[in-house]
Design a protein around this ligand. Structure first.
Ligand code: SF4
Length: 125
């Protein structure tokens, strides 16, 4: 599913007032992945999207294979269900649950796009 929405933040910058293309897809890989960054290697990370509407000039995510391009965001619409499934699997196998989760090292958990906010809140519950 792909559609275009207008960003809705009251504090939107001129750039953020532009249109962003939002695609909704099902994530097929594990959500709770370990960061390759050494300082985060003890925490699982969760990204709600591929791509980010803010377009910070210094951002490293443009180098990622799944980067959808500037002015586009891919929202993983099944993240909450996937996280629940992965945590249940750990419990069944007697593995320890993570003490914390790092949300969105490669996007913005609370970017003012309805689909992202909906998934973020649902996943955090
Ligand atoms: S992921 Fe972070 S640094 Fe990158 S564009 Fe989004 S807000 Fe900026």
């Amino acid at each position: 599913m792909r559609h275009t929405v207008r960003k809705s933040s009251a504090a939107a910058t001129e750039r953020e007032a532009d249109l962003v293309k939002v695609s909704l897809v099902d994530r097929k890989t594990n959500v709770l992945t370990t960061s390759k960054l050494r300082c985060l290697s003890h925490l699982p990370t969760v990204n709600m999207t591929a791509g980010c509407m803010h377009g910070c000039a210094y951002c490293y995510i443009r180098g990622y294979a799944q980067y959808p391009g500037d002015e586009a965001v891919t929202v993983y619409r099944n993240t909450a269900e996937q996280v629940e499934h992965e945590l249940q699997k750990k419990i069944k196998r007697g593995k320890p649950l993570p003490i914390a989760v790092y949300f969105c090292p490669s996007s913005d958990t609370f970017m003012p796009v309805d689909e992202v906010l909906e998934q973020s809140y649902k996943t955090m519950k």
